[in-house]
Write a protein that binds this ligand. Structure first.
Ligand code: ZN
Length: 254
C-alpha cells in the first residue's frame, strides 16, 4: 500500500479532509481498505465524469504534505522517537542538522533554500553555479541564471505539465537538455559540477537550470530525507519530489 500512489483526486481530497481529526491509532492499510468517509455524500459514481477544476499542483503538494504528516501519525510515538534519535547518532559522526549555508540563497537547514520573496527582497537576483563542458573544450567555469526569469520557466512548466506527470518526472526532467557551452559552442554540453559534499549541493542552481535529473540517486535521496519526503522509489519519482519540494520552498504559500 502506498497512499502516495493514489491518483484519485476525490479520494485524496477526502483523506485530507479526514485529517482534521488526527487518528494516531489507525493502521496504514485502513486507509485503502476502509477509508474514513465522514462525508460520504460527496462520493458520486464517476459518471458522467465531471472535471474537478479546483485541485491543482499546489493543492496536490499540500495534500502530499498532509499525507506525510498523516504517515507520521500512523507510525505512532515509538517510531517518532526512533526517527528523532537518528540525527543524534549522526551527530556523533560530525553531522548536525544545522549547517553553515553553502550559498547566499541557501538556508542553514540541509537541502533547503530561501523563498523567492526572501531572495528578491535581499537583492539576490542571480544564482551562480559551476558547470563543465562535456563537449570539445572540457572547460569548467561558472554560469549564472536570472532567478526570477528562470523560476518562472520552471513554474510554467510545472503548471502546464503537472496533470500528466502522475507523481513522476517527465523525460525532460530525467534527461534534461543541457545549456550550450559559452567557450566552444557545443550544444547540450554544460553539465553541473556536483559538490562532493551533499550538504553543499547547489539545489537552487540545479532547479533553475532544470538539471535536477543530473543528480545521482543518492543526492536525490539526501534531498528527500532532509525535506521529510519519501525517499524510496525509482529515479523519476525522486526527481519529481525534488522539483516539487524545491518549488514549495521557493513559494511556501502556494
Ligand atoms: Zn565547451
Amino acid at each position: 500500500m502506498n497512499s502516495g500512489e493514489n491518483h484519485d483526486p476525490l479520494l485524496n481530497l477526502d483523506l485530507s479532509l479526514s485529517l482534521s481529526q488526527p487518528q494516531p491509532q489507525l493502521q496504514p492499510n485502513q486507509y485503502t481498505l476502509t477509508p474514513p468517509l465522514p462525508k460520504t455524500h460527496l462520493w458520486e459514481p464517476p459518471e458522467p465524469y465531471t472535471p474537478i477544476l479546483v485541485p491543482n499542483y499546489q493543492q496536490h503538494a499540500m495534500q502530499k504534505e498532509q499525507e506525510f504528516k498523516l504517515q507520521d501519525q500512523e507510525t505512532g510515538p515509538a517510531r517518532a522517537v526512533l526517527a528523532r534519535r537518528q540525527p543524534v547518532l549522526a551527530m556523533k559522526e560530525g553531522k548536525s542538522e544545522t549547517i553553515t549555508p553553502p550559498y547566499r540563497w541557501a538556508t542553514s537547514t540541509r537541502a533547503t533554500v530561501h523563498s523567492l520573496d526572501y531572495l528578491l527582497s535581499h537583492n539576490i537576483t542571480s544564482i551562480t553555479g559551476t558547470v563543465q563542458c562535456n563537449g570539445g573544450c572540457k572547460e569548467q567555469y561558472e554560469i549564472e541564471f536570472d532567478l526570477k526569469e528562470k523560476f518562472e520557466e520552471v513554474a510554467g512548466f510545472i503548471e502546464e505539465n503537472w496533470y500528466n506527470m502522475h507523481d513522476r518526472a517527465p523525460k525532460a526532467w530525467i534527461n534534461p537538455v543541457l545549456p550550450t557551452c559559452n567557450r566552444c559552442g557545443q550544444e547540450n554540453s554544460l553539465k553541473p559540477v556536483m559538490s562532493t559534499k551533499k550538504k553543499a549541493i547547489n539545489w537552487l542552481f540545479l532547479l533553475l537550470g532544470q538539471m535536477i535529473g543530473c543528480c545521482k540517486l543518492q543526492y536525490l535521496k539526501y534531498f528527500c530525507k532532509h525535506t521529510k519526503n519519501h525517499r524510496t522509489g525509482a529515479k523519476d519519482r525522486l526527481v519529481y519530489l525534488t522539483y516539487l519540494g524545491l518549488y514549495k520552498q521557493l513559494k511556501p504559500d502556494e
